[in-house]
Design a binder for this molecule. Structure first.
Ligand SMILES: O=C(O)c1ccc(O)c(O)c1
Ligand SMILES: [Mg+2]
Length: 600
């Protein structure tokens, strides 16, 4: 499998983009014309740099407004094209992307477009160059790959083929199945991009919101399976126009891009099954790892975590002992484990530093993470201690692949409370910086095999918070990722707050007992309870109980959700939840009340 990336995906100057692509292990790049025009290096220098970096230059793009034009306009198309063919010769590139006409097309006729592509093909042939014709989703007349293929067929020229771009096909809802009818030798190039489900004009969607495979909601393994069934054996090339990636570190973005292709190849091979060996060459597989079905632990770190320990004790956690060699203390409550780590050099504000996931077998899981280029975490371990497998997630939170049985013995208490309320960690909410949100979705999708749920937006006093839950199939692991409003200041502590939600069976009993131990839940305004009565018609005495305990309530067709929050210590707070029947949500309707209350 050859991997390629368009220079438009990355920030920086052309040379910097090339270094980043090579460093991330790409075999090839597509040169996006504006990047070359703005580069200080000559085409020969770019060619030499590519050579030195072990990159091939697989495509020059785009050549615009080439067909469907009046004859007088076409004379100028030929002149422009010839200049570009000469430039491509200097670069050593033999494939040019020609996109369907957006600006100058006046003739809506396949024969005319095909005839003009044929004449362009004749000219290209004299330079040993081939043309890959791509239907842009917003082309003036040609906006569907099935039509661009008909035109290529009519052009009937060995130097004219088609370029398939998943964005243009899937954004328009066009069925990719007919790709299988295109002869492999006529599919000159393949561009891949994912995108979030948005209802907006397709040009803005394409130019600003494309994502790497696994970060959006297009069914890319299915799409790619059709391309392989057609017999395509060329490179898999990413072409992602995205406002965030244009301004983030290109080396990091390139690694994210390579990770997305490795994940996509694996998912496509899985989908193709037996067929994979008969199509498009072997696809590299990743070690198969089931999603974790439980949290193993959460680690809270600070120069002093004692404020969090007060909360843990009030909530009902038991002290599970001190670590034998580190300033680390374990707290347990049923199956919930929280580890408090005092590190003198750490920030004074307690924060979630690590999350442990209970994977069935940590060896293949760690191998899979490494193949996906997850950065390994190296922590100091002493003789006789378990060296846990850990990787750094995009927001810096360390992800452990671990089992409590392997490490709990390193704590001198070690007794786990078998509380009748059967407490466990229900979800861990991680706040994501704006520049790594999409990368985090891909990280948890690919490394841990979690599934992204549809994203939601909740309104807080400081702006909209976008929330996307990553979850395991049976719901044992739920990881809501929250993207802060862009106006949020880094110094705003509430904005940074992350939380750990603990599920129990009898929240009214649990909260009543916790209050007796001194817990002060986040206050909920009276207006909220008046609205509950109006919305759900709840019995008066239930509403009184909720009001007395500052409990929030939600109900849907699947069941009920009762929950409450603690106050925030440093950058963390806790939530207690009780899921009744098959309720599967998070009380999203209550989030604005929580955000407003936390802001006061
Ligand atoms: O947005 C564009 O103009 C554009 C250009 C070249 C492409 O390959 C493409 O998919 C889109
Ligand atoms: Mg394209």
């Amino acid at each position: 499998m050859r991997t390629s990336i368009a220079t438009v995906c990355l920030s920086g100057g052309l040379a910097q983009k090339m270094y980043a692509a090579a460093e991330a292990g790409f075999d090839a790049i597509e040169i996006f014309e504006p990047d070359l025009i703005a580069a200080p290096q000559s085409p020969e220098e770019i060619r030499a740099l590519a050579d030195r970096l072990g990159l091939t230059l697989d495509l020059y793009q785009p050549f615009r407004d080439a067909e469907g034009v009046d004859e007088s306009v076409f004379a100028d198309v030929l002149r422009r094209a010839e200049a570009k063919f000469q430039l491509m010769q200097r670069l050593g590139i033999d494939l040019m992307l020609v996109c369907s006409n957006v600006g100058t097309a006046t003739v809506d006729d396949d024969e005319v477009s095909a005839g003009q592509l044929r004449r362009l093909g004749d000219l290209a042939a004299t330079y040993d160059i081939r043309l890959a014709y791509e239907a842009l989703a917003w082309g003036r007349f040609v906006d569907d790959y099935r039509r661009s293929w008909r035109i290529v067929e009519l052009a009937d020229h060995p130097n004219v083929g088609i370029c398939l771009d998943s964005f243009h096909i899937l954004s328009r809802g066009h069925d990719p199945k007919q790709i299988e009818e295109i002869p492999a030798e006529k599919i000159f190039f393949l561009q891949l991009a994912d995108a979030p489900a948005l209802s907006m004009d397709v040009l803005s969607w394409s130019r600003h919101h494309r994502l790497f495979p696994g970060e959006g909601s297009f069914a890319l393994p299915t799409f790619l399976a059709h391309v392989f069934r057609a017999g395509y054996e060329g490179p898999l090339s990413l072409e992602v126009f995205n406002d965030t990636f244009r301004q983030t570190d290109p080396t990091r973005t390139a690694r994210q891009a390579q990770r997305s292709l490795r994940w996509l190849a694996d998912r496509t091979a899985e989908l193709l099954g037996e067929e994979a060996s008969r199509t498009g060459g072997p696809l590299p597989r990743l070690p198969e790892v089931a999603a974790p079905e439980a949290f193993d632990f959460v680690e809270i770190k600070a120069s002093d975590t004692s404020g969090v320990e007060v909360l843990l004790e009030q909530l009902g956690f038991d002290f599970g002992g001190r670590h034998r060699s580190k300033q680390v203390r374990l707290w347990t409550w049923g199956a919930a484990r929280v580890v408090c780590n005092d590190v003198p050099s750490a920030s004074p504000a307690p924060h979630i530093a690590a999350v442990g996931f209970d994977v069935a077998d940590s060896d293949p899981a760690a191998e899979r993470a490494a193949r996906l280029m997850a950065p390994p975490v190296h922590r100091r371990t002493y003789a006789g201690e378990q060296a846990l497998r850990a990787f750094t997630s995009p927001d810096g939170t360390e992800v452990f692949l671990s089992h409590a049985e392997d490490w709990a013995g390193e704590f001198d208490g070690g007794v786990s409370s078998t509380d009748g309320h059967a407490v466990r960690i229900d979800h861990v909410n991680l706040v994501q910086p704006w520049h790594s949100f999409d990368e985090a979705v891909l990280f948890y999708t690919s490394v841990l095999s979690l599934t992204p749920q549809p994203s939601q937006e909740v309104a807080g006093p400081a702006g909209l918070v976008r929330s996307q839950v990553m979850s395991s199939p049976a719901g044992g692991v739920r990881l809501p990722l929250n993207l802060l409003p862009s106006g949020q200041l880094p110094t705003d502590q509430q904005g940074h707050a992350q939380h750990i939600a603990l599920a129990c069976h009898d929240i009214i009993g649990v909260v009543t007992a916790a209050r007796e131990r001194g817990l002060r839940p986040l206050e909920v305004p009276g207006n909220y309870y008046d609205d509950l009565v109006a919305r759900f018609g709840l019995a008066e005495d239930l509403v009184d109980t909720l009001r007395d305990l500052d409990l929030l309530y939600d109900r849907d067709a699947d069941g009920e959700y009762l929950h409450c929050y603690t106050e925030t210590v440093g950058e963390v707070f806790f939530e207690l939840v009780e899921r009744r029947d098959r309720y599967d949500g998070y009380g999203a309707g209550n989030a604005p009340v929580r955000l407003a209350s936390q802001a006061t």
